[in-house]
Design a protein around this ligand. Structure first.
Ligand SMILES: C[S@@+](CC[C@H](N)C(=O)[O-])C[C@H]1O[C@@H](n2cnc3c(N)ncnc32)[C@H](O)[C@@H]1O
Length: 470
């Protein structure tokens, strides 16, 4: 049985394969869209400065290669049936294109999602017009077209420049029942006509995450069953909900899905959970939740959201797929140095992952902390980090000191997997001591931190400050 709140870092195909048949009530998910671009996270700091660099969050480009070939063969030969035939058909038309690679990746996962749903369960698959028509064919093949419920149009407004076409202002959410005869569905309502929209009284409410919402009391006399066109605002740059995750969706959208297709206590799965919009919506509505994402950054972002909005639940979230002890941390450092770095920066230190992935000047993460006021204005200090998963020498410590100076950082932490020599420790000590200007806190300016210490609850000395990963 699943815990009430679970986060899994890993590939959702493998992870879903480990879960039992018919164990999930609702899947609401927003996979990458085959948008042929990488998503970058704007790197903003607390001082509100403009993003001057970007950090790559995840890649949304698919190319036909060995993995696509293998998955394609699996679908045709092993799955067979409708989905095998559909994939073969699509292949004739699309050949070995990036779109075909994307669809094959999605088809294998849709097969798993179908298996996991209870007979009363539903899938809401969020996509955009670039691939929604192909995804619908695949969903028809896996779920059966009799189980197609709705093509929901999520319409929004946002600023764009003029082009030679109508502005693209909607996403598509495809809603399928596992079995429409036993489907769990709660009818939601909306005002009878747009004119009666604001008949009720205007009220300002605060949700459990402290976010203000302007709502209207219901005009119950003139309600009708809700349509499949949903007008919900897109998150704008001022929105309190925004954590900076590039494809973050509004919580109101996912709350509506969860209210319609599950009841309290139900298990909601999002296998492409990103920064956790579905999971936060499920938490608000007292559902159990399970989120899966490939990146340490996304899992770290969900953790930060939980700590910010539901601090009392911090210890009740089970996280798997991230190192659990020194041995697995060292194994990650050996097998996947980039993943190890991301984990150290976003999970262990809870620093912002460094933007300039290519030429990072020796800085892998930063943490900006408040140091009171200077001339009436808020002042900040900086702590920077570098991660060295493998061998390192005295000159690496020297280079990090230089990198700290170049970045004008107040403090630095050099994360390692092997014990430093006495010479290295002496070099670190030469950087001196930092004294916090307001708090009674001092620390060595340059700390060498052995990752094994994390598992005995020892962290580097760090000033207090709010954590923002993105
Ligand atoms: C469009 S985003 C989801 C955004 C999310 N709805 C939110 O509001 O933050 C898609 C996510 O899928 C993740 N992803 C892509 N391929 C994956 C895979 N094979 N397994 C698990 N997660 C994957 C990406 O890391 C990314 O976070």
């Amino acid at each position: 049985m699943h815990n009430n709140r679970t986060l899994i870092r890993g590939d959702n195909l493998e992870e879903m394969r480990k879960l039992s048949d018919e164990s999930v009530d609702l899947i609401a998910t927003d996979p990458p869209f085959n948008s042929k671009r990488d998503y970058f996270v704007p790197y903003r700091d607390e001082r509100g400065q403009q993003p001057d660099s970007l950090v790559k969050a995840f890649t949304d480009t698919w190319t036909w290669g060995e993995a696509a070939e293998e998955t394609c063969e699996h679908l045709i030969v092993e799955e067979g049936g409708q989905i095998g035939a559909t994939i073969q058909g699509l292949q004739v038309f699309l050949n070995e294109t990036p779109m075909m690679a994307y669809l094959v990746m999605m088809a294998a996962r849709i097969v798993e999602m179908h298996r996991l749903l209870k007979p009363t369960g539903s899938l809401y698959l969020h996509c955009d017009p670039a691939a929604s028509h192909y995804l619908k064919i695949i969903l028809d093949a896996v779920f059966g077209n009799r189980n197609f419920q709705n093509e929901i149009v999520w319409a929004y407004q946002r600023w764009t420049g003029a082009t030679n076409q109508f502005q693209r202002m909607h996403d598509i959410i495809l809603f399928y029942a596992k079995d429409r005869k036993s489907l769990q569905f709660n009818t939601l309502t909306e005002p009878y006509s747009p004119k009666s929209k604001h008949k009720g009284k205007r009220v300002t409410t605060v949700d459990s995450r402290g976010i203000l919402e302007q709502t209207y009391t219901e005009d119950t006399s003139r309600q009708k069953a809700m349509r499949d066109i949903w007008e919900i605002s897109y998150l704008n740059s001022q929105s309190k909900e925004r954590v900076g995750y590039p494809t973050q969706k509004p919580i109101a959208l996912y709350k509506r899905i969860i209210q319609a297709s599950s009841n309290e206590g139900a298990l909601v799965l999002d296998p492409f959970c990103g920064c956790g919009t579905t999971l936060m919506a499920a938490e608000e509505l007292d559902r159990r939740w399970l989120g899966i994402d490939l990146t340490y950054l996304a899992i770290g972002a969900v953790r930060i959201q939980v700590e910010k909005f539901f601090p009392q639940l911090r210890d009740s979230v089970i996280i798997t797929g991230t190192p659990e002890d020194a041995e697995t941390a060292l194994a990650l450092a050996r097998s996947n140095p980039a993943g190890f770095e991301e984990w150290c920066v976003t999970h262990v230190l809870k620093f912002k992952s460094n933007a300039k992935k290519v030429a990072d000047g020796g800085i892998d993460g930063t943490f900006t902390f408040p140091v009171g006021r200077v001339k009436g204005r808020k002042a900040y200090g900086d702590m920077v980090a570098q991660v060295k998963g493998g061998r390192y020498t005295l000159s690496h410590i020297r280079d990090f000191r230089t990198a700290m100076q170049n970045a004008q950082a107040d403090l630095g932490v050099f994360v390692v997997t092997r014990q430093p020599t006495r010479g290295m420790q002496d070099e670190a000590r030469r950087a001196g001591t930092y004294q916090h200007p307001v708090l009674d806190m001092s620390a060595p300016r340059l700390q060498i931190y052995q990752i094994q210490d994390y598992f005995t609850d020892i962290l580097p000395k760090m000033p207090l400050g709010e954590r923002v990963l993105l």
